[in-house]
Design a protein around this ligand. Structure first.
Ligand SMILES: CC(C)(COP(=O)(O)OP(=O)(O)OC[C@H]1O[C@@H](n2cnc3c(N)ncnc32)[C@H](O)[C@@H]1OP(=O)(O)O)[C@@H](O)C(=O)NCCC(=O)NCCS
Length: 207
């Protein structure tokens, strides 16, 4: 994917760039961003602190994401999952390095509840997060628009995502971007651990 610039005024006057991959040296800070912004879903599984950051970063497929980078800092990230590969397809062997055998088994079981297996032709948004100081300035919109353009260029027919019931503002954003609700589902047991009851699956058909 070709790097592009996001328009708008940002803290420090800088203008984040969008990248179609995650540079290796930014993996840990991307993991910190994902863990802090998507804490409800991820902290019950990975925990907090250095180990969780390292484990998540070690499992990233760095070519399956779109990042917003400001002055060599990650300020936004969008994970992509297709039928072939996903940004956060965590393997037992990766988890085991950080949590041991038993600690990896239950974590992998919980991750399976969160996992979405895309169909042929589907690009799934496997988490989207913008750093708090940069929200409401078009970065989320730019990343989702870039994903839709990439997916259309790959010949895919839809973009999908899941949003939890405790996040109505994000749902509103997705509606504005052309997504429509296709179903509601319960997210047991991760939802019980995290304080949300259901998630909404939304899709955006690509022309
Ligand atoms: C949802 C999110 C990715 C949107 O990114 P963004 O760069 O703020 O989005 P944009 O600037 O393109 O669009 C802003 C719109 O997003 C929505 N939004 C959702 N959560 C928001 C938040 N915490 N702050 C600001 N806008 C938010 C609003 O509808 C807003 O529109 P408004 O300005 O009319 O209220 C980002 O706010 C975020 O990381 N939120 C926390 C994590 C999250 O909810 N992830 C989605 C999980 S499905």
């Amino acid at each position: 994917m070709t790097p592009t610039r996001v328009s708008g005024t940002f803290p420090g006057g800088a203008s984040p760039r969008l990248l179609g991959h995650l540079p290796r040296h930014l993996s840990q800070s991307a993991a910190a961003l994902v863990l802090s912004v998507l804490a409800d879903q991820l902290v019950p599984i990975y925990g907090q602190g250095g180990r969780s950051r390292q484990a998540l970063a070690a499992g990233f497929n760095r070519r399956m994401c779109i990042c917003a980078v400001d002055d060599d800092r990650i300020v936004g990230i969008l994970g992509i999952q297709t039928e072939a590969a996903g940004f956060m397809d965590m393997r037992f062997s990766t988890l085991q390095r950080f949590y041991g055998i038993f600690g990896s088994l239950w974590r992998l079981a919980l991750l399976a509840f969160l996992h979405h297996s895309p169909m042929a032709g589907e690009a799934h948004i496997d988490g989207v997060a913008v750093a708090p100081a940069y929200r409401g300035r078009g970065i989320g919109t730019a990343m989702i628009t870039a994903l839709a353009a990439w997916a259309a260029g790959q010949g895919l027919s839809m973009v999908s995502l899941e949003v939890v019931d405790t996040n109505p503002r994000a749902q509103t954003l997705y509606r504005h971007l052309g997504f429509r609700v296709v179903r509601e589902q319960t997210v047991w047991p991760v939802g019980n651990l995290s304080g949300f009851r259901s998630s909404t699956v939304m899709i955006k058909p690509l022309a």
